[in-house]
Design a protein around this ligand. Structure first.
Ligand code: SF4
Ligand code: SF4
Length: 374
């Protein structure tokens, strides 16, 4: 890890320089409503809308890798018509299917500015899910050239990443910025990050600047960085007792608690859509009959809250509301431990913010602790 700093008023020139590199796209949080932010691709038009102070975006950065809607492939026309079909009947020549260019021959760098530690840790979790046993080509299609410039943050009343051990990110980024007053304290963790520092310093000196863009840090900067970390640590107001959750969930798995929660939950799936680590998807074909239109195979977000999520040809093994609600908590805080040795919740607070009935995961577990066994 290598530390440098740059002046805070130079943040936008820094991002402009990054986005000006060949074959590079920049994505960053932009303001969408009074208090809502969304990651967006940045162009000249919306450059001024980049938000440096956004805490949590509506969707996490997973939307760039696990897209809300992904065209897996589409059937192209050949000289005889669509998919080799010559006349009537469901004929399809799958030699004509076009697959997206998803391997790392890669045409561009996608630099994502702004993710906080919870989202960086969330991406590391998804990378494992989509890459450990089978490398999902759609997920990694873009992400093999993804560069992360993270940004440190102060928690609000919905953040509990400290309880989940995801309030710091020691890897998973190229550069990471922390506000230390007049400067950003910059941690560089990768070759790309180091190269970016070099490239921007050379650009800057080529333009005749007397000082380098990135400056060396001194002991005062180190102290200010540590002060930030300590202040952040003291600022958490929401805390979850996550230590014994896998056991507690097992012990109370048949509790009436889940019935009660199932009656409160609308099973709308808001919380799973916005979660940086929820990963369920559905795959279906969209058939187009119009002239010049191609049939498509699509992959979209799914949710374990939905009624059909566990439907098989024969029966639905999570038909009851209580079972679907319980499943999400079990998967995140019990099943994931067995597969990956940790919880898959990074404490970002998005599910708390987006739930229309005010279900709060921290309160759910606090109540479960108090609830009887029956
Ligand atoms: S957002 Fe709230 S109501 Fe909707 S599925 Fe999640 S917990 Fe249930
Ligand atoms: S379960 Fe809720 S708090 Fe945990 S990572 Fe998902 S959205 Fe964030």
């Amino acid at each position: 890890m290598h530390f440098v700093k740059f002046r805070k008023e130079n943040l936008f020139p820094f991002l402009e320089a990054v986005s000006s590199f060949p074959d590079t796209e920049l994505a960053a949080p932009v303001k969408k409503g009074i208090k809502s932010y969304s990651y967006d691709y940045i162009t000249r038009k919306n450059f001024g809308n980049i938000s440096v102070s956004s805490l949590r975006t509506i969707l996490p950065i997973k939307k760039f890798f696990l897209k809300p809607i992904e065209v897996m492939f589409e059937e192209s026309k050949n000289e005889n018509g669509r998919g080799g079909k010559t006349s009537g009947g469901p004929v399809a020549d799958y030699n004509d299917i076009k697959e997206p260019e998803y391997f790392c021959g890669i045409k561009r760098d996608l630099v994502i500015f702004g993710p906080h530690q919870c989202d960086i840790n969330g991406k590391l979790i998804l990378d494992e899910v989509f890459g450990r046993n089978y490398r999902d080509p759609y997920y990694f299609g873009d992400s093999c050239n993804v560069r992360i410039i993270g940004m440190n943050c102060m928690p609000d009343d919905k953040c509990f990443c400290k309880s989940m051990g995801t309030d710091s990110a020691v890897t998973g980024f190229d550069l990471f910025l922390t506000d230390i007053g007049d400067y950003y304290f910059v941690s560089a963790d990768t070759y790309y990050g180091e190269k970016l520092i070099e490239k921007i310093n050379s650009l800057y000196s080529a333009e005749g600047a007397s000082l380098p863009f990135f400056e060396n840090i001194g002991s005062r900067d180190r102290s200010k960085y540590l002060e930030f970390i300590e202040k952040k640590d003291r600022s958490f107001t929401l805390e979850m007792n996550a230590k014994e959750l896998p056991f507690m969930l097992e012990i109370k798995k048949d509790s009436d608690f889940w019935d009660e929660l199932g009656r409160r939950c609308l099973l709308c799936g808001n919380c799973t859509n916005v979660c940086p680590t929820c990963q369920c998807f559905n795959i279906f074909d969209r058939v187009s009959f119009g002239e010049g239109k191609a049939n498509k195979r699509l992959r979209t977000y799914d949710s374990c809250f939905y009624k059909d999520h566990a439907r098989t040809a024969d029966f639905n093994f999570r038909k009851e509301r209580k079972d679907r609600v319980k499943n999400r908590y079990f998967h995140k805080h019990n099943g994931f431990y067995h597969m990956y040795g940790k919880s898959s919740c990074v404490g970002c607070g998005r599910c708390i913010e987006s739930c229309p009935t005010g279900i709060n995961i921290v309160k759910v577990f606090a109540d479960l602790w108090e609830y009887g066994i029956a």
